[in-house]
Design a protein around this ligand. Structure first.
Ligand SMILES: *Cc1c(COP(=O)(O)O)cnc(C)c1O
Length: 802
């Protein structure tokens, strides 16, 4: 290692020269000839080049199933465990790089969005040769898998016996990659770029390699329309070590880079002559005991130690060199890190060797070399996706933006561009104006501003049953108990998180699409999720129309969401100004219950329709009792109203309250939001199994309903005859709200003393003196009537008082 003391900045470029640069032309010519061979002879060229360059006689280019099967047994358990942890860390860091779809309305009616879509076919080059770099397969395979690339091909050079390192095969299996080609060097890159029988052509080639691989990737990019991750070359590290550095650590870091290959480069910068001397001594000492000392020694011969005045100068040198790896072996590494502008990956402090990033910390080790850190990033999840932009103009958007584009196109003299706008503007002008006085800003995205920002941003939790659907012979991904269940029935497996079977049957029964359906653990879960989906705690509000179902407020309170009240009229209908009040409200959701609980009546259709047209938030129509009413369900209007959510439940008409199964029907996009935030297995396997049986039994429903309705008719007829009954409200549900002319709470207590429990609603707004009576069996109904008659008879004074 040569030492340079205080060199003039004018001489820095010479000190920063990479060793490989000199012989580039010969390399390029050799690579070009290899491409020609592969193009002309395909797999045959790969086989003969394997013999010539890898000294391997191959019978097949592809790794066989038998080779895969034998691999794991040859990898020590300790190494397997280390690889698994590294994979987890790399996954964690790269998964966090996922970005949600970007949606921006640049001006009213001009909706722009951007979505990441995986590169469809990727080739991963994994160096073998002197050291099989299975870690490279982790670094490339993990993000390829996370990005969702449908085709992943791995190329790696064969060993002289024709095999591929079992560790590489073990990692491939861990990642679910089954196409591993025994080809290395420029010929592998050529095959990936051109395509042969055994090796499919790919869209993008990744992976580090020697000068030949690098030159081959550049040729592939320049002449074969293939993208490459970056122009990678021999590995390099630059260490900035001040007086606080530990010379043994620094020397070890330099050697860990040097042992990669004879053309690796290491650079040491220090402002301390003592440190440079100590590091040199350590290098000699440590080199002696390295198995790859010949390689490392050659690399060191190409390398330099530079003594510079201070930290500022060292950083200036480093930024000009743009190292692949930069180690800041100083006490104040964080402060220096702020000033780093060119580097692939930076290692801070005395306890962070480059080696951790090479293998297992989580960051990617495929990084720009040869000074490309000036303009390239290392490999990341982004390297495996393209970001596609989308845009859609509404009439309002076209009218606003169109004329500007016409002006700009005219100015550039591009008449066809202008016409593409003009024709559309004319067509719009010729169209009759839409009925609604102004097109709502939400015409393009009906949920703009409605979904809680933290929900828009979040990544949905991906359960084991999301990542692997269906069954394999061996299912060891969800920590289930493969041995079976305690108890008589087998519930050892997690249920289908998407409840597809139920949705298919229910959709058919209700005349909607499966994509319109969300299933909740009771409709109470759907209510809670809807509040959480839309409302930011402490900020947003919902609207309820009392007297109504209590769970809406409970969900709001639980989530620290304000409740605005829009009381129903004396006959329990929406007030005349309801639509107006709601249109002026910034509430995220209005809960309407029809037939309403506890009043039993349907809400007038016209009032609901106006609200659906004018309210900017979500309109929930809770139809828990719809099966008892004659009116059609609002599920028939889903296509018309994207912000409509209809709730139904298996708890009432179906007689399955114990099953805990509720349904939200809405536009598919809104259902997707529900799915994004729901607990993964919210509907148990027992519930799913039973619901399917119940759905098959749906033809029995009308009979059940008819019986309940006749019970309701009987009660509605008999109750008014009782002297303590003041009014029986008309009901479209399986209960009756009844106003008594005696103290309702006292009456409730007396009924309860006789073993009859009803619901006391006297404290609900507009319900003074009221009990809610559920229609029961014929016998229960008679018992209720009798008890009310008897209690009434014992209360002559109260009745007389009226
Ligand atoms: C009973 C009832 C429900 C049903 O809730 P589940 O959680 O499905 O049992 C929903 N809404 C209203 C108005 C109800 O009365």
């Amino acid at each position: 290692m040569q030492v340079y003391s205080y060199p003039d900045p004018g001489t820095w470029p010479a000190l920063q020269l990479r060793p490989a640069a000199a012989e580039a032309p010969q390399v390029a010519a050799r690579v070009r000839s290899i491409f020609e061979q592969v193009r002309e002879r395909g797999d045959a060229a790969l086989l003969s080049l394997a013999t010539e360059l890898d000294k391997a006689t191959l019978t097949s280019l592809l790794v066989s199933e038998a080779e895969f099967a034998a691999a794991a047994a040859q990898v020590p358990a300790e190494l397997q465990a280390a690889i698994r942890q590294a994979k987890t860390n790399i996954e964690t860091f790269h998964r966090a790089q996922r970005e949600p779809e970007l949606q921006v309305e640049t001006m009213p009616g001009v909706a722009c969005s951007r979505r990441a879509v995986p590169v469809q076919r990727v080739g991963l080059y994994v160096p073998g040769g002197t050291a099989p770099l299975f870690s490279t397969l982790l670094m490339l395979g993990v993000p390829a898998r996370l990005a969702g690339c449908p085709e992943v091909v791995v190329c790696t050079p064969p060993q002289p016996d024709g095999s591929v390192s079992p560790v590489i095969l073990f990692v491939a299996q861990l990642l679910g990659i089954d196409k591993v080609v025994k080809a290395g060097g420029a010929q592998a890159v050529a095959a990936l770029a051109i395509g042969t029988v055994a090796v499919p052509a790919v869209d993008k080639i990744f992976g580090p390699g020697n000068r030949y691989v690098t030159a081959a990737k550049q040729l592939a990019a320049a002449e074969f329309g293939v993208a490459i991750d970056m122009p990678a070359g021999p590995s390099e590290v630059l260490v900035i070590a001040d007086g606080s550095a530990n010379p043994a650590f620094v020397a070890a870091d330099l050697l860990s880079q040097a042992e990669h290959g004879p053309d690796s480069q290491v650079v040491l910068l220090s402002d301390s002559p003592t440190i440079i001397e100590q590091v040199k001594a350590e290098l000699d000492r440590q080199l002696a005991s390295l198995p790859r000392r010949d390689v490392a020694a050659q690399a060191l011969a190409n390398s330099r130690a530079v003594l510079l005045a201070d930290a500022v100068t060292m950083l200036a040198f480093s930024n000009q060199y743009a190292p692949e790896h930069l180690i800041l072996a100083t006490d104040n590494a964080e402060t220096l890190a702020v000033q780093v502008v060119n580097a692939g990956s930076v290692f801070l402090g005395h306890l962070t060797p480059e080696a951790v990033g090479d293998y297992a910390s989580g960051t990617n080790h495929t990084l720009p070399t040869s000074g490309y850190a000036r303009q390239y990033s290392g490999v990341s999840l982004d390297s495996f996706v393209k970001k596609i932009t989308f845009q859609r103009l509404s009439p309002v958007g076209l009218q606003a933006l169109g004329p500007l584009v016409e002006t700009m196109a005219d100015a550039e003299g591009l008449a066809a561009h202008a016409r593409a706008v003009t024709l559309r503007l004319e067509a719009l002008a010729a169209r009759p104006a839409p009925k609604a006085e102004q097109s709502a800003p939400a015409a393009d995205n009906p949920y703009a501003g409605l979904i809680r920002p933290s929900v828009e941003r979040m990544q949905p939790y991906s359960s084991a049953r999301d990542e692997f659907e269906g069954m394999a012979p061996v299912m060891l991904d969800a920590n289930e108990n493969s041995l079976g269940s305690v108890g008589p029935d087998d519930f050892s497996r997690y249920p289908d998180p998407h409840q597809r079977a139920i949705k298919t049957d229910l959709a058919r029964l209700k005349g909607v699409e499966p994509a319109n359906i969300f299933l909740g653990n009771g409709s109470d879960e759907a209510i809670d999720l809807l509040v959480r989906l839309t409302c930011t705690p402490g900020k947003d509000s919902i609207v309820v129309c009392p007297p109504t179902y209590g769970m809406y407020e409970v969900a709001a309170n639980l989530n620290d969401v304000k409740v605005e009240r829009l009381p129903l009229t004396a006959d329990f209908q929406l007030p005349a100004n309801a639509a107006e009040v709601l249109a002026a409200s910034s509430a995220k959701v209005v809960f309407l219950c029809s037939p309403n609980n506890p009043t039993g009546n349907l809400l007038a259709e016209a009032a609901l329709e106006t609200i659906l047209r004018t309210f900017r938030g979500i309109v929930v129509v809770d139809e828990a009792y719809a099966d008892f009413a004659a009116a059609p369900s609002w599920t028939t209007r889903l296509a018309e109203f994207p912000r409509l959510v209809v709730l139904q439940t298996f708890s009432k008409a179906w007689g399955l309250a114990g099953l805990r199964l509720g349904v939200a029907y809405a536009a598919p996009k809104l259902i997707e939001y529900f799915n994004k935030i729901k607990p993964p297995y919210n509907i148990s396997a027992a519930t799913q199994q039973h619901a399917l049986v119940a759905l098959a039994d749906a033809p029995r429903l009308p009979e059940l309903q008819a019986e309940l309705l006749s019970g309701r008719a009987l009660l509605a007829e008999e109750l008014p005859a009782l002297p303590i009954v003041e009014h029986v409200f008309p009901s479209d549900a399986n209960f009756l709200l009844v106003r008594f002319n005696v103290d309702a709470t006292g009456l409730y207590d007396q009924l309860r003393a006789r073993g009859i429990v009803v619901r006391n609603r006297t404290n609900q707004p507009g319900c003074a003196g009221c009990l809610r009576l559920t229609v029961g069996t014929a016998d229960e109904n008679v018992q209720l009537l009798q008890a009310l008659a008897e209690i009434g008879a014992e209360l002559p004074a109260a009745v007389a008082a009226r």
